[in-house]
Design a protein around this ligand. Structure first.
Ligand code: ADP
Ligand code: MG
Ligand code: ZN
Length: 610
């Protein structure tokens, strides 16, 4: 038997049982006899009625023998008159203890009302439900065009400029904006025009969103934020209407700030690229332009926008009067990295002796987001090792983890491979040490990490924005160092050098085509006019002839050869030093900066100029 039939049978049986019990206990009360009006009149005349009371149209009668009876008259007719007409004398009426209870309004009208109003009511109710359903559906359809705008109210997780390390200029610029919103009079009085839009441009993780949140925290005005990617919908016009809504909301709350994150999602150059030129995005962008222009002078709404790709933005967005202020957020320099690390050290239990400077030195090219992640990884690493506080070594270890992936100590490596790796990494390090004015080596390791069999960490002494040709060639020479060391030592090479070679040729090619640092002269080759497809660069246009292409290849080969020769020379001149480094590496697996340079001391390496 299925569950259902079982339950069903039980339900039926229970019902039967209950009704049996009921019929047993509840005795049917003697039903009053139904009488016609003439019968009532007859009985009254005959004196058989003990009591008669009239309620509305109903006659409740008690007969002389105690039996009850009832009767009914037609409504709207007087009971007394009716009975009199039926021949009941006044005398008999009195005898019958005749009484009339005024029919209550409900009794009078109830029947009428129920019979007429109830159906109407039911139908009405049905309509109401139908309408309600339809309305909620319609609402959904309407809210489709509404922006998902969020009002930031500070609260517990309020971010202030304190939480943003470095980024001095950006902060200055934004402080001005906040100040303007707080006391606009000062600016108006002197005749200054209000900035309308500020564009925060910078690589991912440099703190654009963070900075915007800090503005929200600092300004005492409503701060609305939306992400432009929310404007991208399948249906044409939806994005535009969401923009309209977002601006309208901000304007209603003026003075206020409207933050549009990732504006490149809609602000890409119109009509550009293969995936581009779609109507929806164009309409959305147009709407942004319209809204930016639409602010009347004096509307105190300032639009902040953030993007990683200011280069792909439509020029119309950037013209004065729209996003006329551009704030560029650079990757942090060493001082800023130190400051950012300190910001993210808050709330973590750290050893007292942590050298933030040293960590900052080891993390060139890290963005704020990377550094924040690094501190967290360090804390996780410490916790996993059951430490009570985070130490310097935990964080330094995490630097390598973030850069190269986790250590793979358990990976089975044959002694031969270990030897090859030791010579390879030793080669990189030795070439670096043998180049004049080159960056110092900070660490060498032959513990496998992520995809790398080992690694040599070289870091610049100081932050550099500009780089020279010599530096590039040194860089290439060092990259080739591993390959050459393997070749010199074992007379053979392995696949371990493939990414080094790739890096070397990429640098060499850039020297020729991008920086004009070859004999082809100060020209660039290949335009960076990008073709956008699914947000990625598909390729770049070749704006030079086959002949030039061949010359470029020659130049690249020449540069690589020059670097190769330098590296080769260094390694050949210092074979003993290379062997020493490799031997120590095989034994200890890791060499720190000081150990490495101490090892080299006895060999008195003479630096070469590339
Ligand atoms: P994006 O520029 O991609 O919007 P975010 O602002 O989202 O980057 O930054 C990501 C995280 O990186 C922030 O939440 C913050 O923890 C950290 N961060 C980035 N820059 C800084 C900075 N200058 N100071 C402190 N933390 C920063
Ligand atoms: Mg962001
Ligand atoms: Zn290598």
């Amino acid at each position: 038997m299925t569950n259902f039939t079982k339950n069903f049978t039980w339900a039926i049986l229970t019902l039967i049982a209950i009704s049996l019990v009921f019929s047993f206990f509840v005795q049917p009360t003697a039903k009053p006899e139904k009488l016609t009006l003439s019968q009532v009149a007859e009985k009254m005349t005959a004196g058989e009625v003990k009591k008669i009371s009239i309620e509305g149209d109903k006659f409740n009668i008690v007969l002389q023998d105690g039996r009850k009876a009832e009767s009914e008259k037609e409504s709207g007719v007087d009971a007394t008159v009716t009975l009199r007409n039926l021949g009941v004398s006044e005398e008999n009426m009195r005898k019958a203890d005749y009484s009339v209870k005024a029919a209550s309004g409900w009794d009078m009208w109830g029947g009428v009302l129920i019979s007429t109003l109830l159906p109407i009511l039911l139908i009405g109710l049905m309509f109401w439900f139908m309408f309600r359903q339809a309305k909620s559906g319609a609402n959904q359809a309407f809210s489709f065009g509404r922006s998902n705008i969020r009002l930031s109210l500070g609260g517990k997780q309020k971010v202030t400029f304190e939480d943003v390390a470095g980024l001095k200029e950006a902060k200055e610029e934004l402080k001005e904006i906040v100040e303007f919103l707080r006391s606009p009079k000062k600016f108006f009085d002197i005749g200054a025009r209000i900035p309308k839009g500020v564009l925060l441009a910078g690589l991912p993780g440099t703190g654009k969103t963070l900075l915007a949140r800090a503005v929200a925290g600092e300004s005492n005005v409503p701060f609305f934020s939306v992400s432009a990617s929310e404007f991208v919908e399948m249906f044409v016009g939806v994005g535009a209407s969401r923009i309209r809504d977002a601006f309208a909301t901000a304007r209603k709350a003026a003075p206020s700030i409207l933050f549009i994150d990732e504006i490149d999602a809609v602000g890409r150059q119109r009509g550009a690229g293969m995936g581009g030129g779609n109507d929806e995005r164009e309409q959305t962008l147009n709407q942004i332009l319209v809204e930016l222009d639409g602010f009347e002078q004096g509307t105190r709404v300032i639009v902040l926008a953030a993007t990683n790709r200011p280069d792909v933005l439509d020029p119309a967005l950037l013209r004065p009067g729209r996003f006329d202020r551009r704030v560029v957020l650079d990757l942090p320099d060493i001082n800023e990295r130190e400051a950012i690390l300190k910001v993210h050290a808050r709330g973590k239990i750290l050893d007292k002796n942590i050298d933030f400077r040293k960590i900052a030195t080891r993390t060139p090219g890290f963005s704020g987001a990377d550094l924040s992640n690094l501190m967290n990884e360090g804390a996780i690493f410490a916790a996993r090792n059951n430490k009570r506080s985070v130490g310097q070594s935990d964080i330094l270890e995490s630097v390598e983890k973030v850069l190269l992936g986790p250590e793979r100590r358990t990976l089975a490596i044959s002694p031969k491979e270990k030897e090859v790796t030791a010579y390879h990494e030793g080669g990189h390090a030795l070439v670096a040490a043998g180049l004049k004015d080159f960056d110092p080596i900070h660490k060498i390791s032959i513990i496998s990490r992520g995809f790398a069999g080992g690694y040599t960490m070289k870091l610049p002494n100081e932050e550099r924005r500009l780089r020279t040709k010599t530096q590039f060639i040194n860089e290439i020479a060092m990259s080739l160092g591993g390959f050459i060391a393997e070749k010199l030592t074992f007379g053979d090479v392995t696949t371990g050098a493939s990414s080094d070679l790739k890096q070397a040729s990429e640098i060499a090619r850039k020297l020729v085509t991008k920086y004009g640092m070859s004999d082809l002269g100060p020209t660039t080759f290949g335009s960076n006019e990008e073709m956008v497809f699914l947000g990625r660069e598909l390729g770049h246009e070749r704006n030079y002839s086959e002949k030039i292409a061949a010359q470029i290849d020659d130049e690249v080969a020449k540069i690589v050869e020059r670097a190769y020769n330098v590296a080769d020379k260094i390694l050949k001149q210092n074979k003993k030093a290379l062997k020493k480094i490799a031997d120590v590496l095989i034994e200890k697996e890791v060499l720190e900066q000081e150990e490495f340079y101490a090892l080299l001391k006895p060999f008195e390496i003479k630096p070469l100029v590339a």
